[in-house]
Design a protein around this ligand. Structure first.
Ligand code: ZN
Ligand code: ZN
Length: 313
């Protein structure tokens, strides 16, 4: 059945300029589709798509999502679904990079703080832009200089952000993450305001036309996120949750966690835990019903420390 689903997808997903291509497959499928442009294809913690047009500007987006990417409903003004962070950004970065002839980097594992951008040897660009932010402001994560901030401010409000793929890139040029109109990212109920998305793309094209040939070097000490052991453990944990090319062994739902040799979705996992708890309670009733023999079998008394002498004997 899975096979059939994949082969249907295969026929329909060819056109990467279409938004819904980016919402029709898992990360593995996209890497396969971009096999020729994928670096470190066989290495899960390094692989990334890089389209080199020998351009002075780089666009970045990440392929991994918290929930499987889907567009459930489209209205005149909105898209409703999941995974807009950052599949919407992938689509925008892909289409704009073709149109504006920039380089393109599509990474993996951003949501688990293990962005494969860290493995990328970055050319010295004029500046770098990423499309991976809610709403309509922009952030620089302090990868900035005075002029960069001033020039961005002509177009956008500058907000505050924690980190994103561009924080992992090893380079000292200025960077910006552009809001693309998605909201409630990382939840099952995220959506996109198409008007804001459109307005942000238009603004960006104007900004690009004006500043593409200008190089901006950070005036702060270059800083980037490092690969640490705790980040790595977090990544492994998140990856377990993000295995959405796999379906639940019990109900076939996407979004599973690996438990031993089984793949289980959170609903089935909760159900099993309840059943196990039930089982334990029943066993406890049996244990409780066994008559105790003056301290020897009464573990609860032992726990209180009342019968220490008996056991010591
Ligand atoms: Zn993101
Ligand atoms: Zn995110």
């Amino acid at each position: 059945m899975i096979q059939q689903k994949k082969s249907n997808q295969y026929i329909q997903v060819r056109d990467k300029t279409q938004l819904w291509y980016w919402f029709s497959c898992g990360v593995n499928q996209i890497f396969e589709d971009f096999r020729a442009e994928t670096l470190s294809y066989r290495k899960k913690f390094k692989r990334r798509i890089f389209i080199n047009r020998k351009a002075p500007v780089l666009f970045v987006a990440h392929l991994d999502t918290v929930y499987p990417p889907t567009i459930q409903t489209e209205t005149a003004t909105h898209y409703f679904g999941t995974g807009f962070d950052d599949r919407l950004g992938c689509w925008i970065a892909y289409v704009l990079s073709e149109k504006l002839k920039t380089d393109l980097l599509l990474t993996d594992l951003e949501e688990s703080c293990q962005s494969t951008a860290i493995c990328h040897s970055c050319k010295k660009y004029n500046w770098i832009a990423e499309f991976d932010r809610r709403g309509d402001d922009v952030v620089t994560y302090d990868f900035q200089n005075e002029k960069w901030v001033r020039d961005l401010s002509e177009f956008w409000l500058i907000g505050l952000g924690t980190f994103s793929d561009i924080s992992f890139l090893d380079t000292n040029v200025c960077r910006v993450n552009i809001g693309i109109g998605f909201y409630n990212e990382h939840t099952k109920y995220s959506f996109v305001d198409k008007g804001i998305m459109q307005q942000q793309i238009e603004k960006f094209e104007k900004f690009f036309a004006k500043h593409k040939n200008e190089q901006y070097i950070q005036d702060l000490i270059p800083y980037r996120i490092k690969r640490t052991k705790s980040n790595y453990n977090q990544a492994i944990y998140n990856q377990a949750i993000l295995q959405y090319d796999v379906t639940c062994d019990l109900c076939n739902e996407f979004g599973t966690t690996k438990i031993g040799e089984y793949e289980l979705c959170s609903d089935c996992l909760d159900m099993l835990i309840l059943e196990i708890k039930d089982e334990i309670e029943k066993n406890q009733e049996i244990i409780d019903s066994v008559p105790t023999c003056d301290g020897y079998w009464d573990w609860s008394e032992k726990a209180k420390g009342d019968n220490d002498e008996i056991f010591e004997g």
